[in-house]
Design a binder for this molecule. Structure first.
Ligand SMILES: *[C@@H]1O[C@H](CO)[C@@H](O)[C@H](O)[C@H]1NC(C)=O
Ligand SMILES: *[C@@H]1O[C@H](CO)[C@@H](O)[C@H](O)[C@H]1NC(C)=O
Ligand SMILES: *[C@@H]1O[C@H](CO)[C@@H](O)[C@H](O)[C@H]1NC(C)=O
Length: 288
């Protein structure tokens, strides 16, 4: 009971301190890629006619390396500046109600910074910046890695998913795949190969478009021929439709067989009894 009630109390307290901005965790992006800084905010409340109402936010700003994005600080986004001439690569996906998500595309070295969000009401009475901010790190040419969903030997007809990944964020649609150096039509971080064919064997690499030095080490995929096993497994799978009738026929044969055995056995038993009866009287007469 104790911890529960104190939790409720803390929640109420947090609610009373209404102005807040929650940023995403630090973001690391590969140069040239697109990163999204998830962000939510809650405006301040004011008492209007005895009721608590949210302050109307009319200006939202994102800036780099300034604790409160104040005054003449250059901004990377400002909704009061049309078409954001400061930097068209910074796109605000949020609104003025509670979402302050920012997207940065075509990441460059100069984007590496701590970014902060500032909100203002019309009278600038409730101006707020969470000074924590979100750190954006830009890496150049981080090498991609290929991970496989399966270990060990692969046979024809099986499935495998190769995933192209790296520690830093990258635009998932910018992933390209190669087999033995030839580009595959597939894009995206996952390459799903199913059912596996012998031709799928080869050395796979993945890369990010428009980026230098990100190509992965080759991943060698070897699909075992498994010719015999393949044919028996297809036979089995095609006959599954006839399994029920096959089973019925077998049961019928089995029961006929059993009936036959019983009949034969009873005839044999009856005969031996008859024989014994026939043999017995002479025995008796001999004894007499
Ligand atoms: C400021 O941002 C940090 C990181 O997102 C968050 O943990 C913290 O709760 C925020 N503080 C306020 C008062 O919004
Ligand atoms: C804020 O907007 C972004 C982009 O549209 C979206 O992905 C995200 O889910 C939104 N956040 C919330 C809390 O609704
Ligand atoms: C992959 O490359 C190695 C040499 O780097 C080569 O020996 C091997 O045969 C290749 N594998 C396939 C399946 O082509």
């Amino acid at each position: 009971m104790e911890p529960k009630s104190s939790w409720c109390f803390m929640f109420l307290l947090a609610g009373a301190v209404s102005q807040r901005v929650i940023y995403s965790d630090p973001v690391c992006g590969v140069r040239g890629s697109t990163v999204t800084l998830l962000c939510t905010f809650t405006p301040d409340t004011v008492t209007q006619g005895g009721r608590e109402v949210l302050v109307e936010i009319i200006r939202v700003i994102w800036c780099q390396n300034h604790p409160i994005c104040q005054g003449v600080t250059p901004t990377v986004y400002d909704n009061k500046i049309q078409n954001n001439p400061n930097n068209p690569r910074y796109r605000y996906l949020g609104d003025t109600k509670g979402n302050c998500t920012l997207q940065i595309s075509g990441l460059k070295e100069e984007d590496e910074a701590t970014l902060r969000f500032r909100m203002e009401d019309e009278k600038k009475l409730s101006v707020y910046t969470n000074t924590t901010g979100v750190r954006v790190t830009v890496v150049d040419g981080t090498q991609m890695k290929i991970l496989s969903s399966r270990d060990g030997e692969l046979e024809r007809g099986e499935a495998v998913t190769l995933t192209c990944t790296t520690e830093c964020t990258f635009h998932q649609l910018e992933v390209t795949w190669f087999r033995d150096g030839h580009a595959l039509p597939d894009t995206g971080p996952s390459l799903h190969l199913s059912p596996l064919k012998a031709e799928d064997s080869g050395n796979y690499t993945c890369d990010l478009k428009n980026t230098v030095g990100t190509i992965s080490h080759p991943f060698s995929l070897n699909v075992e021929a498994g010719e015999e096993e393949q044919s028996t497994s297809t036979e089995q799978s095609t006959s599954t439709g006839g399994v029920d009738t096959l089973l019925a026929v077998r049961l019928l044969l089995f029961s006929l067989h059993t009936v036959l055995i019983i009949i034969v056995a009873s005839i044999v038993i009856r005969r031996t009894c008859v024989c014994k009866k026939a043999e017995q009287p002479p025995d008796v007469t001999e004894e007499l």
